[in-house]
Design a protein around this ligand. Structure first.
Ligand SMILES: *[C@@H]1O[C@H](CO)[C@@H](O)[C@H](O)[C@H]1NC(C)=O
Ligand SMILES: *[C@@H]1O[C@H](CO)[C@@H](O)[C@H](O)[C@H]1NC(C)=O
Ligand SMILES: *[C@@H]1O[C@H](CO)[C@@H](O)[C@H](O)[C@H]1NC(C)=O
Ligand SMILES: *[C@@H]1O[C@H](CO)[C@@H](O)[C@H](O)[C@H]1NC(C)=O
Ligand SMILES: *[C@@H]1O[C@H](CO)[C@@H](O)[C@H](O)[C@H]1NC(C)=O
Ligand SMILES: *[C@@H]1O[C@H](CO)[C@@H](O)[C@H](O)[C@H]1NC(C)=O
Ligand SMILES: *[C@@H]1O[C@H](CO)[C@@H](O)[C@H](O)[C@H]1NC(C)=O
Ligand SMILES: *[C@@H]1O[C@H](CO)[C@@H](O)[C@H](O)[C@H]1NC(C)=O
Length: 369
């Protein structure tokens, strides 16, 4: 296991992080995979924070930009993911895919109806300006664009085949961070040495205006963006993980509890408010399933748990405790194990302090037979 930099930031006031003034870049990834050994970037400083992280794509590699928005009551949401990956050999999906470039759009309405649009793409074109990335997946009608400092993202969808049009605008109020640090320049960007993750938008004030046919999804809520990449198939890198985010009153919490096939547990927590980073690091966080189907560790036959219990200890006697429950909103078919995305409500706060409720989106990924 790697040793990570970690630290308790006891209510440090937010400071402007000195970004490196990267020159603009342009990356074009064709829809056909290449052969050879990929190289991924797993430390900051040499390329834009939200930029592409792989030199090219063989059948094992993935690079994706993920966005979500959830209404404040947790009843309604949208997600959109811009992917470069062979979805069968690198990401474990079942299906026949004609391109390694794709966009997946999902939505959930207040009445529980879920929606999915899958869009194969031609070239995936990514430009960077400062640390921000903008993407154009040719032929899909979906784009994203970022400000240089990643404080604002605009996503446009115009998917004629599906009658989906609209915008998702994220205005971040939380500093971007690397897995174990708010340093976006010199810190590691690896959850493991082959799995990368950075979080340009931990939480944001987000405006959603989407029409799906005659149905509207219009709300102002919470929004999130991360970027993920791997040089080897995901099913080889991890056994299972619990990832998610929740807004609780003034607090925004991001969690990762990732288990490797050798049972190593890698955890990551980020607790932040609009004024301060309360804690960031790769220690002290634990996520366990609760209620029905909460067998732990889970097997490939375990059903979806009713909820998750998250405890985040800061080493100074303080503990942030959250329980989340949600509806199952997306469950694509996997070759091994499965994937479940939940959207709903979280409840919690500092142990002994005020208890807050708020919107959450979380996932349970498992590559276990
Ligand atoms: C892709 O490259 C990685 C090296 O980063 C290597 O481990 C993997 O075997 C390669 N995959 C294929 C299908 O060539
Ligand atoms: C993905 O990998 C599979 C298995 O190696 C291969 O059959 C398929 O053609 C690849 N898909 C693309 C779009 O390259
Ligand atoms: C749920 O709401 C959507 C959007 O308004 C609508 O299209 C759908 O028919 C509704 N489903 C049910 C079962 O009422
Ligand atoms: C997008 O795809 C179309 C159709 O294949 C092609 O004519 C066009 O040049 C492509 N645009 C870019 C920017 O790659
Ligand atoms: C899109 O809208 C048109 C016109 O209302 C309709 O004929 C078509 O069936 C819709 N397509 C889908 C995928 O909903
Ligand atoms: C990053 O590391 C370089 C080289 O060690 C150092 O000069 C620079 O000050 C560091 N930047 C930050 C933000 O820590
Ligand atoms: C969302 O916020 C914007 C800007 O404050 C406002 O113009 C808009 O009406 C709000 N939308 C909803 C659905 O509340
Ligand atoms: C637990 O998971 C199983 C699938 O393995 C499912 O059939 C069952 O309904 C789940 N239990 C509850 C209470 O939802």
């Amino acid at each position: 296991m790697r040793i990570y930099e970690a630290g308790i930031l006891a209510l440090l006031p937010l400071v402007i992080v000195n970004a490196i003034p990267f020159p603009p870049t342009l990356h074009i990834t064709p829809p056909i995979q290449q052969t050879g050994e990929d190289q991924g970037i797993f430390t900051g400083g040499s390329t834009p924070f939200d930029g592409p992280k792989l030199n090219f794509f063989n059948g094992s590699a993935s690079d994706w930009w993920y966005f979500d928005a959830v209404s404040m009551d947790g009843s309604t949401h949208v997600t959109i993911t811009f992917l470069i990956a062979n979805l069968t050999s690198a990401e474990n999906f079942v299906g026949e895919f004609t391109s390694i470039n794709s966009v997946i759009f999902t939505a959930g309405f207040a009445n529980g109806t879920t929606y999915q649009a899958f869009l194969p793409a031609g070239d995936a074109i990514v430009t960077t300006a400062g640390d921000g990335a903008s993407g154009y997946w040719n032929g899909t009608g979906a784009t994203f664009s970022a400000s240089h400092d990643m404080s604002r993202f605009e996503i446009y969808v115009d998917l004629p085949v599906f009658n989906v049009t609209g915008t998702i605008i994220l205005n971040s109020f939380t500093p971007p961070h690397s897995p174990c640090s708010i340093d976006i320049i010199n810190a590691s960007q690896g959850l493991t040495d082959v799995l990368g993750w950075v979080n340009p938008v931990p939480d944001s004030n987000t405006e959603v205006n989407i029409a799906i046919g005659d149905d509207l999804i219009v709300f102002n809520g919470t929004g999130y963006h991360d970027k993920n990449w791997a040089t080897v198939p995901l099913a080889e890198t991890a056994a299972f993980w619990y990832w998610g985010h929740v807004r609780l009153g003034p607090y925004s919490l991001i969690w990762w509890d990732l288990f490797l096939h050798d049972t190593t547990e890698i955890n990551h927590g980020y607790l932040v408010t609009a004024d301060s980073v309360i804690s960031v690091g790769c220690y002290g966080l634990k996520v366990r399933p609760t209620g029905f189907n909460s067998t732990f560790p889970p097997s490939g036959h375990s059903g979806n748990p009713q909820g998750l219990h998250i405890e985040y200890e800061f080493g100074n006697g303080k503990v942030f405790v959250v329980d989340v429950t949600g509806r199952v909103e997306w469950e694509p078919l996997f070759q091994v194990g499965g994937y479940t995305r939940f959207v709903g409500q979280g409840t919690g706060g500092f142990q002994g302090g005020p208890v807050y409720s708020g919107p959450t989106l979380y996932e349970w990924m498992r590559y276990i037979p």
